[in-house]
Design a protein. Structure first.
Length: 391
């Protein structure tokens, strides 16, 4: 396979990787704006992501998956006789920067569609812009239901939090046979709040008992008070629907304070950095996700092999869904038969039985796919398939 860096160097801001010296801002890109000549021969796709900051792994792995999908499409001749070019802007994990990024992708880069974001709060900010400007947007991994409620130009290729919350409640109650759970949520994160609420509602419906609820905020570093409050409640596990950057520290705090129970979580855990931050303390914990490389389909195996060859590491679920979002978009452009935002939007809405790397995708009336979830267990610094749970 040709080097992805050579293929996309003119169209992507790679500051987060140190490849091109552009500003780490939602308002800068190495492309410098797309011209009419560019648009005559290319289809320009925008991507906004947290390429730097505390959740940089989310943006970086998603971006790798997207670029891989577009390189493969170009190797087959592109779409509608044109090559695909990606422009990625770094929003630094900030909602205002996410909105700025989408505006710039539309106004300066003249994109035909947008991919992004991972974090639900950032997809809400960017999605409102895409909806207002009538440019189709596909989020790879934002699971909060509100994301696609923004409007009919906003889609996703991942399951949503009501389902993910029910998956982990079912896993805790039926699979692990737990009856007492504590919840520790990030109160400034739409994703964490929504997933915690979904888990709680489902677990209570199963006659489970939520024995404690504690809160933190993203970028907190001291979780001693929350863990101490949970320690005396008889909780058999703690549901932590947050991001890997805090979850690893929470695991270490629990181990240091002698609270030897598993943590449970969602797809926001999905990063190799979780194992670095959490160390041995995160072993024996579980989280729901979209993809398990160790039990992949033939198509998914080919994707894992290509991704690993190109980047020197196996993809997380984020990389898989970035790849999948780009594939769904490319398929929709081909079916639309023209590079026109409304036609592309209509084609995405009519996606049916598309074979992705995480499963088949059919968009429902709310622009969400119906698909299963996997539960992964962490052991020895790795996340391995434990079980799958269908809708």
């Amino acid at each position: 396979m040709r080097s992805l860096r050579r293929t996309f160097i003119s169209g992507i801001c790679l500051a987060a990787f140190g490849a091109v010296g552009c500003k780490k801002s939602a308002t800068s890109t190495s492309a410098g704006g797309s011209t009419a000549a560019d648009r005559a021969t290319e289809i320009i796709i925008g991507h906004y992501a947290s390429m730097t900051g505390s959740t940089a792994h989310f943006g970086q792995d998603t971006d790798r998956g997207i670029r891989l999908a577009l390189v493969e499409a170009n190797a087959k001749g592109g779409v509608l006789g044109k090559k695909l070019r990606l422009v990625t802007l770094d929003d630094r994990g900030d909602s205002a920067e996410a909105a700025n990024a989408v505006n710039r992708l539309i106004d300066v880069e003249k994109v035909s569609a947008v991919l992004g974001e991972v974090a639900s709060s950032l997809s809400l900010a960017g999605g409102r812009v895409a909806q207002r400007r009538k440019i189709p947007m596909i989020s790879p991994t934002s699971t909060n239901p509100k994301v696609t409620e923004v409007g009919d130009y906003v889609f996703r290729v991942c399951f949503i939090d009501p389902f993910q919350g029910k998956v982990m409640a079912t896993f805790a109650h039926d699979y692990l046979k737990l009856t007492k759970i504590a919840i520790l949520r990030d109160v400034k994160n739409d994703y964490s709040i929504g997933l915690a609420d979904a888990f709680k509602a489902s677990f209570l419906q199963m006659s489970g008992n939520v024995v404690a609820e504690q809160a933190y905020s993203q970028n907190d570093t001291d979780f001693s008070a929350q863990v101490t409050a949970i320690r005396g409640t008889g909780a058999q596990a703690i549901f932590v629907p947050g991001y890997y950057s805090e979850v690893g520290s929470i695991a270490r705090t629990a181990a240091r304070l002698g609270l030897k129970i598993p943590l449970l979580g969602g797809d926001g855990w999905d990063s190799p950095d979780l194992f670095t931050i959490g160390g041995d303390a995160i072993n024996g914990s579980y989280f729901s996700d979209h993809f398990a490389p160790d039990v992949a389909t033939d198509k998914a195996k080919r994707f894992v092999a290509s991704f690993t060859t190109e980047y020197g590491q196996a993809p997380t679920g984020l990389g898989a869904l970035g790849y999948e979002a780009a594939e769904v978009l490319v398929d929709a452009i081909a079916r639309a038969g023209k590079v026109e935002p409304t036609a592309i939007r209509d084609a995405i809405a009519h996606t049916k039985d598309f074979e992705g790397v995480t499963g088949k995708i059919t968009m429902d009336a709310h622009r969400n796919p119906l698909k299963s979830a996997v539960v992964l267990k962490i052991e020895g610094g790795k996340a391995k398939f434990e079980t799958s749970i269908a809708p």
